[in-house]
Design a protein around this ligand. Structure first.
Ligand code: URP
Ligand code: ZN
Ligand code: ZN
Ligand code: ZN
Length: 461
């Protein structure tokens, strides 16, 4: 089966060129100047449109148990929604429950995902129980293609790891080639502020933001960077939201340390004003780290330009407003943490191009090419080049759309971006050569997506 994507503007992390892309079965066979009369079974006219490598969302939570409930997208619904939005690979977090092994955690995540994904998928491992067995098993995970390990400086009693535990895991990562990913918020101090707020009768969702100040993200980020330096471990800060944390990352990078960070669309577009919406509406915007005052957004965009922020992932973690966020109506600390977004990352970041915040090449780099390199998927993913998987998005930069829960495909009853007007729209999506989205219809299938064993991080200096 040969498909020709004809006459589009092919984007990469280094620029744009008008070219034809020939797909043969699952792979890209050729990228050529227009004019070659390729024989093909199917021709997609991409004139006037962008042709870019499928998005890679390196931070999702499908079917994740949290706060007495579970994130509402299954691997089937979440990966289908991702495909609609031009994302063709997700990396989801397998969650170790204290007292269980990393191997049993991997098995559990495979049993949720295998045979159920519409696009290709990989895993990171959340290490919440640092002990001799877990540390030994980091090697088992790496051998199974799961070589990045998330740890938490937040959520005492649940995922929280002490500095000593983090140090031990980082030492092991340094020895094995693994990458430590950090949720950097000072959870011990935050828990005190939360208890004080509740004792004072402050129960509204906005308290979630007020009890998790940016300084405590900055402090934890600096501490994680110091521990990484002492151990010689590379470090990837997840869902960075605060200017203070970005300053710490930038400073570490300036001194040559292997420190990287991602941010998420919600920190670029939403703010603590959304958390303060009346009538418990703010619960829709509860995630950790919390949405910040708007002033932080300019720093984040700058970080995306300077590469102090290398990746934009969604931290997609959907909980329904009606049945799930409701758990915290009388106590903000019981609101399940997470915001849905896997479907809208490519569109939202395209608004950064429209607004002149980032270039087209940078759009591709932070949403696809760098995540591929960072997480050992390049050049299989993240680039349109002969031999790469034919994960391709044809994107119409002039189409317009309005984001809404009424039209999105995520399995959640609200949109964090309800009513937001977007310039640009996904036209066609190919996942390993198969057209999965075209003509405003889904043509994919759950079970098409394959598990990706990842090489070690290729992005280290
Ligand atoms: O609020 C969030 N971010 N929920 C998902 C879990 C995490 O910390 O990434
Ligand atoms: Zn439900
Ligand atoms: Zn986190
Ligand atoms: Zn997350």
């Amino acid at each position: 089966m040969r498909t020709l994507i004809k006459g589009g503007t092919v984007l990469s992390s280094t620029g744009a060129v008008v070219a034809d892309v020939l797909v043969s079965d699952e792979r890209i066979a050729a990228l050529s100047a227009p004019g070659i009369a390729w024989e093909a079974d199917k021709v997609i006219d991409a004139a006037g449109k962008y042709v870019l490598p499928g998005g890679i969302d390196a931070h999702t939570h499908m079917e994740m148990p949290f706060g007495g409930t579970s994130s509402h997208d299954t691997f089937a619904t979440g990966t289908t929604a991702a495909a609609w939005g031009g994302t063709t690979t997700i990396i989801d977090f397998a969650v170790q429950v204290k007292g269980t092994t990393l191997q049993s955690t991997l098995d559990k995540w495979h049993s949720k995902a295998d045979g159920n994904c519409a696009i290709d998928y990989a895993f990171h491992m959340i290490v919440s129980d640092v002990n001799d067995t877990s540390l030994k098993e980091m090697r088992t995970c790496i051998d199974a293609g799961v070589n990045s390990f998330k740890m938490f400086m937040a959520y005492p009693g649940v995922f929280y790891a002490t500095d000593g535990e983090i140090l031990r895991a980082m030492q092991r990562a340094a020895d094995t080639g693994g990458l430590v990913m950090m949720h950097a918020e000072n959870g011990i101090a935050i828990d005190e502020l939360v208890a004080q707020a509740l004792a004072a009768g402050k129960t509204d969702p906005v308290q979630h933001g007020l009890t998790r100040p940016a300084e405590l993200e900055g402090e934890a980020t600096s501490r994680a960077i110091t521990l990484a330096k002492v151990t010689g471990s590379p470090l990837y800060i997840v869902h960075l939201s605060a200017a203070e944390a970005l300053a710490a990352v930038a400073n570490a990078r300036d001194t040559g340390q292997n420190v990287f960070a991602e941010t998420c669309p919600q920190y670029l577009y939403l703010s603590i004003e959304d958390l303060a919406r009346p009538d418990f509406e703010g619960a829709k915007y509860v995630a950790s780290p919390p949405l910040r005052p708007r002033e932080h957004q300019a720093s984040l965009w700058r970080g995306l330009r300077t590469n102090d922020l290398s990746v934009v992932s969604t931290d997609h973690c959907p909980f329904c407003f009606n049945e799930q966020k409701e758990l915290g109506r009388d106590d903000f600390s019981k609101i399940p943490n997470g915001i849905p977004g896997v479907e809208h990352r490519m569109d939202l970041l395209h608004q950064g191009v429209v607004a002149g915040e980032i270039s087209l090449a940078r759009w591709v780099e932070i949403t696809s090419t760098t995540p591929a390199r960072m997480f050992g998927l390049y050049p299989r993913k993240g680039v349109i080049a002969p031999g790469s998987d034919a994960d391709i998005v044809v994107y119409d930069p002039t189409a317009t759309q309005t984001l809404s829960a009424a039209t999105h495909h995520m399995n959640v009853d609200y949109s964090a971006y309800e009513g937001l007007a977007i310039t640009g729209k996904v036209d066609t999506v190919l996942s390993r050569g198969r057209v999965v989205v075209a003509d405003n219809a889904f043509h994919g299938a759950t079970g098409h997506g394959r598990f990706l064993t990842r090489d070690l991080c290729q992005y280290l200096t």
